[in-house]
Design a protein around this ligand. Sequence first.
Ligand code: PLP
Length: 384
Amino acid sequence: MGEIKLASRMATMKESATLALNARAKQLAAEGKTIHNLTAGELATDTPDYIQAAVAQKLQHNKYTPVAGLMELREAIAQHSREFYGLGWIKAENVVVTAGAKPAIAASLVALLDADDEVIVPTPAWTVSYKPLIELAGGHMVEVPLTAELDLDVQAIEAAITTKTKAIIVNSPNNPTGTVYSTAAVGQLAQALQNKNITVIADDIYTKLVFDEGFSAVPTAGFENLIIINGLSKSQALTGWRIGYLIATTAVAEATTSLLSHITGNAPLPSQYAGLAAMERNDQPPTSTLDDLRRKRLLVSAGLTDAGINFQMPGGAFYFLLDLRDFTDDGAKWCEELLVDAGVALVPGDAFGAPGYARLTFVADDSTLQSALSQIKKFVKGTS
Ligand code: PLP
């Protein structure tokens, strides 16, 4: 075989750091090492029974659907989202069903960006995939740090806006911090973006996993130009089924549909039926999922405090962002040593625009979390 020369755009395209670390932790476990793998960005629970039952009845269906999804599903998502966000403009024609949230983000960026356009990303954030997707669409990511409380820094965002700024990606609850942006800051951002023709891409994939009262989702803030990204990966533990959607103006919905018609075509049909079943229940996660996460959040916060590690209490999703700066100048090296010496896999913050930090996912069972926390404590006491 000759050597196939890759396009220059692939030079900076690396496999998702979170997926790569998950694979490495699994490989070490397969070699017989005891590994507490706290890297994966997915719930540990099985597919909810009601979704399995609904899809099982549809397995005889096997044909292409319209690229933007079954009309009944688009209608169900539109109705649910109108009520959830209180946004009356959302109709079926504004909804495009996709094979997971990732293609929804990718298609939105390709549809929006011209060469060298800028996309502001308040960080820490899921730059793991935002950056390569922005660059694939020909743009540049502009990172703007969150405040010390991990809220949006609207002044800093305003200062970062240039004539090239096309969009800003806002993700709340946030991956990797788990924090929820304040209603006040999101409202100020909506004010600051008035008449600026900048599109807010609200990555709402974790909006159904919120632990405390008083949550107000980003899209409710009254942004003029808005694309909502969502899906069932996190709310219904369906990461492997690949089902998500975007909600936007009809022009954006049509453009992204055209694009996806040449890439994925429609989202997998069984997963669309799963979506229909979920929408009939307002895409509410099982109560046991939320209760479980609330309990584990307390368990982990107590363990981290005991280990002397700084963090902010997450308000949603299933992540803690550990501040390692008291222990090391090199968070990635610290994580590598933690994995090899203590058998605990975390994701270094570098992947999220947060060097000196590490992300811990708290979906594992209680005994794994407890044992991981005690390993982390021993490791910290040995290195600090
Ligand atoms: N957005 C954020 C913030 C995520 O953390 C993830 C997955 O980890 C996604 C989008 C992608 O979701 P999906 O698996 O549905 O493509």
